[in-house]
Design a protein around this ligand. Structure first.
Ligand SMILES: NC(=O)c1ccc[n+]([C@@H]2O[C@H](COP(=O)([O-])OP(=O)(O)OC[C@H]3O[C@@H](n4cnc5c(N)ncnc54)[C@H](OP(=O)(O)O)[C@@H]3O)[C@@H](O)[C@H]2O)c1
Length: 331
């Protein structure tokens, strides 16, 4: 499945009626900022009953927070809903918004691996998003490590083919929600540590299982050998990944870097520059560097990436999917 041919898209409708559900959260706050920057005029902020009646910033103005009740979502007043509320709340709320006629982009894991629901990174498999318009209008947004990983793997796979992938992650605390950012900031003087604060299924974490299964689904390589170790680090924003790729044909590090230089949403850094979460924070591209031959493998490459987990890892990717769907493909 190819990325979409953007030359066939008509203009995005910036007057669409948009609901940001989870507007008080880490991802929701960034979503509001990006929608305002992109000139969307008709945005409503929704969250739980706990926050209803409060206010959030939208491009310098204030939006009143509404409770994301099933009745409100099903009323038919929204063209697009961007959900960042957690898996169980998504399962409870998304079907009501879809029944009310809204296109729903869900950032939780509720729909990602369910057959028939597109799981989309626009640069990788954007055309899949359009399938949702023929079904129930629900599109899943991948995990914050899967998105930058597939942005880097796809051009290499298209060039020579990928035989296997190993990943070790360095994930920031903002990946676990706004309250974890507040905790880390408050603990500035305390002992920082590496964490594996995931849920476990046997000896694999749910985070590792998501990264493996979502990568296979997006790349449409169901049997691709993928091995992941996911680690939380005491960084506020920005996820990093060390990646070892075994290719089906050999490729020099220089050729790999040139392929990635031509890839959408990827910025290649050459030594002495290398990707860091601080440099990735607040920018749209995935930073990739340390591209070199892997001496432990005959046709192997080693790389390192950093990406803003709240932007390309969540809010930005979902808005890019939404823009594809709001534009539609010209006949
Ligand atoms: N953080 C990331 O890097 C990242 C990346 C990719 C995907 N995601 C996914 O995005 C989702 C949100 O993540 P987050 O980091 O933004 O979490 P967060 O900071 O904890 O925010 C959660 C948001 O969901 C709202 N909410 C919770 N339960 C709700 C309910 N029953 N009805 C309506 N709103 C409800 C909260 O509203 P109140 O303030 O009213 O409680 C808050 O606005 C999760 O599914 C997460 O897995 C996060």
């Amino acid at each position: 499945m190819a990325a979409i041919d953007t030359s066939r898209l008509s203009a995005v409708d910036r007057t669409a009626r948009i609901g940001v559900i989870g507007a008080t959260g880490a991802v929701g706050t960034v979503t509001l900022g990006l929608l305002a920057e992109r000139g969307f005029e008709n945005v409503r902020a929704l969250a739980s009953a706990r926050s209803a009646g409060g206010r959030v910033n939208y491009g310098g103005d204030e939006l009143r927070i509404e409770e994301a009740s099933p009745e409100l979502l099903a009323a038919g007043d929204l063209d697009l809903c961007l959900f960042s509320v957690g898996t169980s709340a998504s399962r409870a709320l998304v079907p009501h918004a879809a029944a009310g006629g809204a296109i729903c982009i869900d950032k939780s894991s509720a729909y990602r691996l369910v057959d028939g629901y597109p799981l989309v990174v626009p640069e990788v498999n954007g055309a899949r998003a359009l399938e949702a318009l023929e079904r129930d209008r629900i599109v899943a947004n991948p995990n914050c490590c899967t998105i930058p990983l597939t942005c880097v793997l796809k051009p290499l796979h298209d060039a020579v083919g990928i035989a296997s992938v190993r990943i070790s992650t360095y994930q920031s605390v903002s990946g676990a929600g706004a309250h974890r950012m507040t905790e880390l900031e408050a603990e500035a003087a305390a002992d920082h540590n590496l964490l594996m604060d995931w849920d476990w299924v046997g000896d694999e974490s749910d985070e590792e299982a998501k990264l493996v299964a979502e990568t296979r689904k997006i790349m449409e390589l169901p049997d691709l050998p993928v091995s992941a170790t996911c680690v939380r680090v005491p960084v506020l924003i920005g996820h990093s990944e060390a990646i070892w790729v075994e290719l089906t044909e050999s490729l020099s590090a220089e050729d790999a870097a040139n392929i990635l230089r031509g890839a959408p949403s990827v910025r290649v850094l050459d030594l002495p520059e290398f990707p860091t979460p601080q440099d990735a924070t607040g920018i749209d591209e995935v930073l990739v560097g340390r591209i070199r031959r892997d001496p432990a493998s005959e046709r192997g490459l080693a790389l390192f990436l950093s990406s803003d987990n709240l932007r390309k890892g969540a809010a930005l990717n979902a808005i890019q999917i939404a823009e594809l769907l709001l534009a539609g493909v010209a006949a």
